[in-house]
Design a protein around this ligand. Structure first.
Ligand code: B4P
Length: 200
C-alpha cells in the first residue's frame, strides 16, 4: 500500500536495547506501508562509509552513549522531509531523550499532524543481555559486549524510560510484552495497534 498524507500512519517503537525494536520494525513498517527509520541504522551506515557524521558518532556509539540531541534531531528532521515519509513512518530508536520528544512534537505540530501510537516493548534485562551477546557472536557489533550492553541498559533507564510517561499521558502508549518468538511479539503488536484503532 502507498500511503499519502490523507491516510498517513505515524508510529514510534521504544524499548531497551535488545528488546526487539529493530527486529519488529521491519515487519510493522511492511504491514502498515510506511518506511522504518532507525537512527541506529543511519549512524551505523555513516560509520561504515566514514562520512563526517560517521566520524563524529563512531566513538559515542561504541561506548553505548547517546549521540547529542542537536545532531540526532537535525538528522530526523531531514529524514522526515523525504518524500517516502509523506504517508507516515515508523521511527525505531528515536526519540530517546526528553529534548528529542520536544523536537519531534514541535516538528509534527508545524506540519499540523500527530503520532498515532507509541509501541513500548517490555522485556527482562537478563533476556536482552543474552540476546545481544548472541548478536555479538553473529554480527560482531562493537557495542555488543557485556560491559557496553549493561551501560546501554543504564542509559535507557535514565534517559529514555521517562518518555513512556509522557506518551502514556498523551494517551498514545501501547505496551506490548516483548518476550517470546519474533512472530508471537509481532502478532501482539498488530493486535494492540488494531485495538488502538490503527489498522493496516
Ligand atoms: P540502536 O540501533 O537503536 O540499538 P539497540 O537499542 O541495540 O536496538 P536494535 O534495534 O539494534 O536491537 P533489537 O532490540 O531489535 O542504537 C545503537 C546506538 O546508536 C545507541 O546506543 C546510540 O549510541 C545511538 N543512537 C541511536 N538512536 C539514537 C538517538 N535517538 N539519540 C541518540 N543516540 C542514538 O534486537 C537485538 C537482538 O535481539 C537482535 O540480534 C535480534 O535478532 C534479537 N531478537 C529480537 N527479538 C527477539 C525475540 N523475540 N527472540 C529472540 N531474539 C530476538
Amino acid at each position: 500500500m502507498n500511503r499519502t498524507a490523507d491516510n498517513a500512519v505515524r508510529l514510534l517503537i521504544v524499548g531497551p536495547p535488545g528488546a526487539g525494536k529493530g527486529t519488529q520494525a521491519t515487519g510493522i513498517a511492511e504491514r502498515y506501508g510506511v518506511p522504518a527509520i532507525s537512527t541506529g541504522d543511519i549512524f551505523r551506515a555513516n560509520i561504515k562509509e566514514q562520512t563526517e557524521l560517521g566520524k563524529r558518532v563512531q566513538e559515542i556509539t561504541a561506548r553505548g552513549d547517546l549521540v547529542p540531541d542537536s545532531l540526532t534531531n537535525e538528522l530526523i528532521e531531514d529524514r522526515l522531509a523525504q518524500p517516502d515519509a509523506a504517508g507516515g513512518f515508523l521511527l525505531d530508536g528515536y526519540p530517546r531523550t526528553l529534548p528529542q520528544v520536544e523536537a519531534l512534537t514541535a516538528l509534527l505540530a508545524r506540519e499540523g499532524v500527530d503520532l498515532d501510537a507509541v509501541i513500548s516493548l517490555t522485556v527482562d534485562e537478563d533476556v536482552v543481555v543474552a540476546r545481544l551477546l548472541k548478536r555479538a557472536e553473529e554480527q560482531g557489533r562493537v557495542d555488543d559486549n557485556e560491559e557496553t550492553i549493561r551501560h546501554r541498559q543504564h542509559v535507557y533507564a535514565q534517559e529514555t524510560e521517562p518518555l513512556l510517561d509522557v506518551y502514556r499521558g498523551r494517551g498514545l502508549l501501547v505496551e506490548v510484552d516483548g518476550m517470546g518468538t519474533v512472530e508471537e511479539v509481532g502478532e501482539r503488536i498488530a493486535a494492540a495497534l488494531a485495538e488502538k484503532g490503527v489498522s493496516a
